[in-house]
Design a binder for this molecule. Structure first.
Ligand SMILES: NC(=O)c1ccc[n+]([C@@H]2O[C@H](COP(=O)([O-])OP(=O)(O)OC[C@H]3O[C@@H](n4cnc5c(N)ncnc54)[C@H](O)[C@@H]3O)[C@@H](O)[C@H]2O)c1
Length: 377
């Protein structure tokens, strides 16, 4: 069983805290009593999980651009964090085709800037850079990619994240060493890892061009869910899986630097689903929940008026997206005794639970506290 006791009172700085993963991470850390600072642009979506939960008033939330090194340095200097998790990014593949320069600026120079801020702030003892499963050169293999495989993402987003890995590696070699830190600060160097996670899903994602948000938007508008890429297989996992894995690695390497490395964080093989199968599962779970509410409330009751879900295949051939990329997570499993907690079916039940609360004016924060508790237990 995992717990977040370690984080009580710890100074942790999270970039990208206003985003989907960031909001779940902040919620869990605030619940655990951590001293949380966030650095990011405004929440990237409207509505957003971050604003909905009122997280800005429960933590030190700094609005800033990761490309602005001076601002980032001033925040590091005043906060003096012990742990840093870097998640700020332009994370959408299709947007990276529309604006490759911004994507590289944010994802590559943003990583240079965060590494630089860590280098100049010796209070940082543990730093985790969050990248993606898309960092690997995709050879369309049927078997899982391991951490020592070649890095070379295809599209600008994926490739910018491969670059982010390389930047981190160079800073590790050149600066985050005991020699460098002893000479400059009289302390040991920090522990630095990168984590490469697969596609995350969960309640509270409002991003464009992601399948679960598309499903929720469609049912709330009473429309069919349009699926443009029904045949592509993806490793899907609940957002709490990587969020908790990042925190597990950050804690482990804080206590023992020998854990600092690169780790894949992905679901079991049985949870690599095609988008079409995933959407069908959403429809089944959603419609089951709608029927259950209707029979509990009685016909004609307002509570019964959630729309039913259905989907349509509109394969558009869109910009290139890699067809299959499976992660081999043996390293995380053997090093930490880790394994995924929720399979895709359980994950979908959690998404439906969250989304029903959202669409019926329920307390989504309470749902998240409950789900975080269930996940950790
Ligand atoms: N969602 C996924 O399926 C997935 C999968 C693998 C990896 N990741 C990675 O996880 C991280 C978080 O992803 P997410 O899904 O929460 O994304 P998100 O879009 O919900 O959040 C992105 C965050 O980055 C911030 N940001 C963007 N540009 C910025 C800039 N120039 N300066 C400062 N902040 C900026 C946003 O304000 C937001 O807080 C990203 O690094 C992403 O690449 C996501």
């Amino acid at each position: 069983m995992m717990n977040l006791d370690f984080y009580k009172g710890k100074k942790i700085l999270i970039t990208g805290h206003t985003g989907f993963k960031g909001s779940w991470m902040c919620k869990a850390l605030i619940n655990a009593g951590a001293d949380v600072t966030g650095y990011a642009l405004k929440a990237p979506t409207e509505p957003s999980l971050f604003d909905m939960l009122g997280l800005a008033s429960q933590m030190n939330s700094v609005e800033g651009d990761i490309r602005d090194l001076e601002h980032l340095l001033s925040v590091f200097e005043s906060v003096k964090p012990e742990i840093v998790i870097h998640m700020a990014a332009q994370p959408i593949v299709r947007d990276s085709y529309k604006d490759p320069v911004y994507t590289y600026e944010t994802n590559v120079m943003g990583t240079v800037n965060i590494c630089e801020a860590v280098r100049r702030t010796p209070s940082v003892r543990s730093f985790v850079n969050v990248t993606t499963d898309k960092v690997y050169l995709n050879k369309e293999w049927q078997w899982g990619y391991r951490e020592n495989e070649e890095l070379n993402g295809f599209d600008p987003y994926s490739n910018s994240k491969s670059c982010s890995e390389l930047v981190t590696s160079s800073y590790k070699n050149s600066f985050f060493t005991d020699e460098y830190y002893q000479a400059n600060y009289g302390v040991e160097g920090p522990a630095v890892s990168t984590c490469r996670a697969g596609n995350v899903i969960g309640g509270g994602d409002f991003a464009n061009d992601r399948i679960i948000p598309d499903c929720i938007r469609a049912v709330s508008a009473g429309q069919e869910i349009v699926v443009r890429n029904p045949y592509s297989t993806r490793p899907y996992e609940h957002v709490l899986e990587p969020v908790m894995a990042y925190l597990m690695v950050a804690e482990a390497q804080y206590k023992d630097k020998s854990y600092a490395s690169s780790y894949n964080v992905g679901p079991n093989d049985s949870d690599c689903w095609t988008t079409g199968e995933l959407v069908q599962l959403f429809c089944d779970k959603w419609n089951g929940a709608v029927d259950q509410r209707a029979s509990a409330a009685g016909a004609g009751n307002a509570a019964a008026t959630l729309n039913k879900a259905s989907w349509v295949n509109k394969h558009d051939g869109g910009p290139h997206e890699a067809n299959f990329l499976k992660l081999d997570c043996s390293k995380l499993k053997s090093t930490f005794g880790w394994s995924p907690v929720w399979n895709v079916e359980t994950t979908m039940e959690k998404i439906v639970e969250w989304s029903v609360a959202y669409l019926t004016g329920g307390d989504v924060g309470e749902v998240m506290d409950k789900q975080i508790g269930e996940f950790l237990a």
